[in-house]
Design a binder for this molecule. Sequence first.
Ligand code: ADP
Ligand code: ZN
Length: 518
Amino acid sequence: MQITNLQNLVVSNLKHYFGYDSFRAQQKDIVETVLNKQDCLVIMPTGGGKSICFQLPALSFPGVTLVISPLIALMKDQVDGLNANGIKASFFNSSQSAEEQEAIMGQVVDKKLKLLYVAPESLAGLQNILKETYISCVAIDEAHCISSWGHDFRPSYQQLGFLKASLPNTPFIALTATADKATRDDILKQLQIEHAKQFISSFDRTNISLEVRPADNRVSQIVKFIRKRPNQSGIVYCLSRKATEQLAEKLANNGIKAKAYHAGLNFDERSKVQEDFIFDKTQIVCATVAFGMGIDKSNVRWVVHYNMPKNIEGYYQEIGRAGRDGLKSHALLFHSYADVIQLRNFANGTSNEEVQVAKIERMKQFAEATTCRRKILLSYFGELLAENCGNCDVCKNPPQFFDGTIIAQKALSAIYRLKETEAVGMVIDVLRGSHNAAVLDKGYTQLKTFGIGKDIAWKDWQHYIIQLINQGFCEIAFHKNNALHLTEFSKKVLFEGLKVSLTKPIEVAEIKPATRER
Ligand code: ADP
Ligand code: ZN
């Protein structure tokens, strides 16, 4: 009887405070679990509706629900939103004066607050009220930040490991949009909630079509891409601040209005770009990954990655900003080897280099896939798709394999003759018999392999060599100036007649329309 009353109350609160008629998949089970004071881990894609999972139970608890959130900049908006819905909420962080902070703690003690947003580094300031008499629930948003396995590790999150000891009977709800199995396990361990019930939603965003293209002439490709999509909102993600500004300028030179956004802009400038984007005053933003965190804009129609993201979590999160309204949207990724090398360089010497490098490798495999990309993407999050998706470039335009043994032999013998000292670019120059200064300087015109690949265009050679690398017939020595090296496999091709299958380069203009809709 009591449970039913509570359930009724919860459903009426859903309507009354949030204006929703019903729960989305999983939300109901999660809310019930929290109300039963069980710990839980919620993995739900961005836009999936995680907030309700802790905001709704918070209304039914006697004490306050602490919401740990890494983004001070967004706290105010979230709290304003709740207040506007008639929910007593506040935030606690370093931007406030001591008096303000005191006042908030007073409200907690007087049980006047339902939700209190706090940055992990400000938790220490709440020490006096971290007691079960005051706190009814702890929600840890962006929980992947606690794990060095996650893509956005924040040391300040590690303090949260102590919380459970102070609040052993308080339900903890950890939420994130991005967590592979390893990160998931790590979150539970670090938060000391190993027995938490896990709710893992499907990550399949079927309305977003996926496409990867080689990064030649990126700017003109992007210009064409945008011109085909007049009046659509989109985001172009770039790796560096400078690149966002340069690209916005190049687009402007082509008559396309775009704003740059990155963490180097001051607060007002950033807010302005965000707001103009949300209210459709700016349709296109060239941004670093700083853009989009917490932006609730449903009609973003496309996301372009000018550079390759450093891992699949990041890529997935960024493309997930498209099509939140469920309408058809498009994600286009440009793939270049130069980007891979740059990402490897960034990872070089960092504390978790190995993890980062492994993640870059997975990202690269996705970009170079010759099978359904969505299958690869979802399998990364532990989700298996039974059928090919029909809504990615590989499904729409399956690569055609041909016997590439001779091509492989030519490339590998060029690498061999160059004594495994040269990177992709020079290997191709030698294959194509180019007479540029570097080639002449080094006397490469004398090599036996000089010019044996004249008949194949530069960019096609690049396409083939990347495939040879992916199939393990040669490799890039990242610590030796990115020189191409031979492998055990190379010898089989060169001396034992092993056959090599390659795919033809995809002509971007030829990509056929979808054959099957999901
Ligand atoms: P997340 O935190 O997972 O990115 P949010 O909690 O911000 O997602 O919710 C995403 C969007 O979905 C918001 O616009 C929210 O209002 C909406 N939403 C969430 N739950 C429901 C529901 N049960 N019914 C209708 N809309 C919902
Ligand atoms: Zn597919």
